[in-house]
Design a protein around this ligand. Structure first.
Ligand SMILES: [Zn+2]
Length: 110
């Protein structure tokens, strides 16, 4: 690998690491929408017009799945957070490839 190629990889890695700092709303989880039936007698929800949607993010916490309620006012921001997390994953995968290439060149631990 030429010095120029090496520098390109190091520059790309630096850019990707900087980009991680622009993704503060990242959320890792599965999105769930739920409609529910309440306990009020005669409520419209009992004839099919169920309440909702209510939104939840299913996250991992201490090795368990937990459903976290997301208020309607935060739904758009939370969706943006999920998209940010997808970008985080792309960045981590790309940095992994860069670091493996650097390893071959003995430039990984620098
Ligand atoms: Zn109801």
């Amino acid at each position: 690998m030429s010095n120029k190629t090496l520098k390109k990889l190091l520059d790309e890695r630096a850019r990707l690491l900087a980009e991680l700092g622009t993704l503060p709303r990242m959320l890792h989880g599965s999105w769930v929408e739920r409609y529910s039936v309440c306990s009020r007698p005669g409520c419209r929800c009992h004839s099919g017009d169920r309440h909702g949607p209510r939104h939840y993010l299913v996250v991992h916490e201490s090795g368990r799945q937990r459903q976290k309620y997301v208020p309607n006012s935060q739904v758009d921001a939370a969706q943006a957070g999920l998209a940010e997390y997808r970008r985080v994953r792309e960045i981590v995968d790309r940095i992994t490839h860069i670091n493996l290439a650097l390893m071959k060149e003995d430039a990984y631990e620098d």
